[in-house]
Design a protein around this ligand. Structure first.
Ligand code: FAD
Length: 458
């Protein structure tokens, strides 16, 4: 496999992506981690920093960064898939706010490690601008700010922008306003994950690549090459989790797809803006997300690819020409100054993990020694760092502010068996698409989309 073809990001790292050696045979460790994405590697990193004597093994079926960590939109944000009100209903207002503050701190923490470890990943903490391009979207922007104020979050956390302020940050067509939060950094995601892999190796962690784990059980991870025995086994497999025995209904793999343009001219960038490399989106229902890359491209993505029956994950699902065409069209609508043809140079996608109750979680079962983290939906770049720090505390038995956060040891229900799962996930995707179309047509907010959000517990 040519790993470079998996994303624009993996094609633009300064290394050949040669796989590390595989597991040579049976081994013993203190902690074995399955999956070398951000979750697995952040866990290894913080464990190794806290206790350099720990024997830590990471097993990866392809190469570090093969999964979503090497392919995402590069928003290192303070976002969570669960809204503040939903968290608050489940855990109380104070604990919901603790979680939000911990995520804001996480963005700074990732920036600190990137600097300390010399990880060259185009880190730029320029915040996020979310645009409103219709009256309905403007209403949603106002509601987002009002909700933030109810929870004591100030202008420094999220501020409403009028049309001129929003356009000054991101001059998309038809902008009527928006919101801005400073709690986000744009990052080259593949350089981050690959740099992190080298940072953990410098601290003595052993990473074995092209080593698929066929079973995870108490005390061991099994592979065709041998068994790694360890009192703690961490599952960090996110969207690929359903392929593991016993995990088919743990998360649903939903695909997010992206395109990248050729580098745009300085004149075009002078018109578009994004001068601080703010990440950007808008207030439609079907999520879109973008960043101005350090080399002057637009990297732009969205949901909308179908969920595949039986939670199957296959390389050909990464490519959905219909979605790529839609992304290109939306980019052209947002930024007509690019010209009649948006010059797309790369297209790719990957699976993310969605828990049944849309809640990310991190935990350790002390009786079995089995640990996990994930279910981040499209917000894992930041939250996997918080998960890694938290798992390091849980595994070392160190009670901390992190281990008291409400997502710790949260158990999401399992997804329905098929065909219900397939029907439900794809129906949800369709509701959001038709809601956006209906809102454009009628100029009124979609009641079906609001009802669906409530059903999901947002
Ligand atoms: C296109 C796209 C855009 C996104 N944009 C953003 C964004 O802008 N911001 C954001 O916060 N989040 C975003 N996300 C989500 C984010 O990328 C993920 O939440 C995050 O990378 C998850 O990290 P992870 O380490 O848990 O999982 P992954 O990066 O998927 O890593 C899991 C690893 O486990 C390995 N593995 C799986 N099964 C096995 C096995 N049996 N044996 C051994 N190894 C195994 C895989 O090969 C993989 O390397 C996006 C995701 C996608 C797909």
């Amino acid at each position: 496999m040519r790993y470079q073809e998996l994303s624009y990001w993996l094609s633009s790292v300064d290394e050949p992506l040669a796989p590390r050696p595989g597991l040579p045979g049976d081994a013993d460790a203190d902690v074995v981690i399955v999956g070398a994405g951000y979750t697995g590697l952040w866990t290894a990193y913080y464990l190794a920093v806290a206790d350099p004597s720990l024997r830590i093994v990471v097993l990866e079926k392809e190469i570090a960064g093969y999964g979503a960590s090497g392919r995402n939109g590069g928003w290192c944000s303070a976002l969570l898939p669960t809204s503040l009100p939903a968290l608050s209903r489940r855990h109380g207002r104070d604990r919901a706010l603790d979680m939000q503050r911990a995520m804001q701190e996480t963005v700074r923490e990732v920036g600190r490690v990137v600097a300390d470890e010399g990880i060259d990943c185009d880190w730029r903490a320029g915040g996020t601008v979310v645009l409103a391009r219709s009256e309905v979207q403007l209403g949603r922007a106002r509601a987002a700010v009002a909700e933030a104020r109810e929870y004591g979050l100030a202008d420094e956390d999220l501020v409403l922008l009028d049309a001129a302020e929003a356009a000054a940050r991101c001059h998309a067509d038809g902008v009527r306003g928006g919101t801005y939060t400073p709690h986000c950094a744009a990052v080259h995601p593949a350089r981050l994950v690959r740099g992190l892999a080298r940072a953990v190796e410098r601290r003595g962690v052993r990473i074995f690549e092209r080593t698929p784990v066929t079973a995870v059980r108490s005390g061991a991870a099994e592979t065709p090459a041998g068994v790694v025995r360890a009192p703690v086994v961490v599952r960090a497999t996110e969207g690929f989790t359903p392929a593991l025995p016993g995990q088919r209904r743990t998360v649903a793999p939903v695909y997010s797809l992206m395109v990248a343009t050729e580098p745009l001219s300085e004149a075009t960038w002078a018109e578009i803006g994004l001068a601080e490399r703010e990440t950007f989106s808008d207030y439609r229902h079907v999520i879109i997300y973008g960043q101005r890359t350090a080399d002057g491209r637009l990297a732009f993505g969205g949901r909308g690819a179908p969920y595949h029956f039986g939670s199957r994950v296959r390389p050909d699902y990464d490519r959905e020409p219909r979605v790529f065409a839609a992304l290109r069209r939306v980019l052209g609508e947002l930024f007509p100054m690019i010209g009649p043809e948006v010059p797309v140079s790369h297209t790719w996608g990957g699976p993310l993990g969605v828990a049944r109750d849309w809640s990310a979680s991190v935990g350790l079962d002390r009786t079995t020694g089995l640990a996990w983290a994930g279910g981040y939906v499209g917000d894992g770049v930041g939250s996997s760092n918080l998960a890694g720090r938290t798992l390091a505390d849980l595994i070392r038995g160190a009670a901390s502010d992190l281990t008291a956060l409400p997502w710790v040891n949260h158990r999401s229900p399992r997804w329905e068996p098929e065909p219900l799962r397939w029907l439900a996930v794809n129906a949800g995707l369709r509701v959001m698409f038709s809601a956006d179309e209906a809102e454009l047509r009628t100029g009124r907010p979609s009641r079906r989309a609001a009802a669906f959000s409530r059903f999901l517990g947002h």
